[in-house]
Design a protein around this ligand. Structure first.
Ligand code: BTN
Length: 241
């Protein structure tokens, strides 16, 4: 339960040594009415990434999925995903990892991926019923085990206290989602994308230019040769200057 983690926020922990993946378990709990539960696992055997990709989840990582039932129109849900990236980046900075956010919600160190976020939700047109925010942190994991282009906390600063890092993350996430107006400023502060040249693969085609800002609820403003473009979804790549 929450006592073990010493959480100061109303979130209960359901812990598994090994599970197919925490998002599916969290969805089950969400469908049966849960709110404020974080499913945590030491290892996932069938983890999912964004865009139907796989996600490597060996023992030693922080694999967690949080169920919330926010009073929120679905159009604002991206705030939850951005808040998760901010909370993860800040928690990692707290243990000495030079983490920065790549739009919208990856956390990188020196261009290598350390954290991914997979948000899933259900609801009506005007109201979210539940949201599951899945956060994967390559924590106490060998660098050789994660895919090319990814890194781990162990590789950067050595092993960390996973319970303490999880606690910091969950507490910051709750703080940010309770004050949504704080999310974008905190995101800008932790961002590595702003001011950089980027290529974004959007559903409507490729956008290349300088990332200027992030706007509510999570839109990236890109200055291209043909003027400003607003991008709300897609895979972003940081280009060399
Ligand atoms: C990405 O593609 O960047 C998102 C990765 C999300 C991984 C996390 S780990 C906890 C939760 N369970 C999953 O199967 N996926 C998410």
């Amino acid at each position: 339960g929450s006592v073990e983690y010493g959480l100061s926020v109303p979130v209960e922990i359901e812990y598994h040594d090994s599970i197919p993946n925490t998002n599916d378990r969290a969805r089950e709990l969400a469908v049966s009415g849960a709110d404020g539960v974080a499913v945590l696992a030491d290892e996932q055997t069938g983890a999912r990434g964004r865009l139907g990709r796989e996600w490597t989840s060996p023992s030693g990582g922080i694999w967690l999925s949080l169920v919330r039932r926010p009073d929120l129109p679905p159009a604002r849900a991206p705030i939850y995903t951005l808040a998760a990236a901010v909370a993860a980046a800040e928690a990692l900075r707290g243990v000495g990892v030079d983490a920065e956010i790549k739009w919208p919600n990856d956390v990188l160190v020196d261009g290598e991926k350390l954290v991914g976020v997979l948000t899933e939700m259900e609801g009506e047109a005007d109201r979210v019923e539940w949201v599951v925010v899945g956060i994967g942190i390559n924590a106490n994991v060998d660098g050789a085990v994660v895919p090319a282009g990814a890194t781990t906390v162990r590789e950067r600063v050595g092993d960390v206290d996973r319970a303490a890092l999880t606690r910091a993350l969950l507490e910051r996430f709750e703080e940010l989602t309770a004050a949504p107006e704080d999310v974008l400023p905190a995101w800008r502060e932790a961002a590595g994308t702003l001011g950089r040249r980027v290529r974004v693969e959007t559903p409507g085609g490729e956008v290349v230019g300088e990332a200027v800002d992030v706007e509510f609820p999570g839109t990236l403003l890109v200055a291209t040769d043909d003027g400003e473009r607003r991008v709300s979804a897609g895979d972003c790549e940081h280009l060399r200057p």
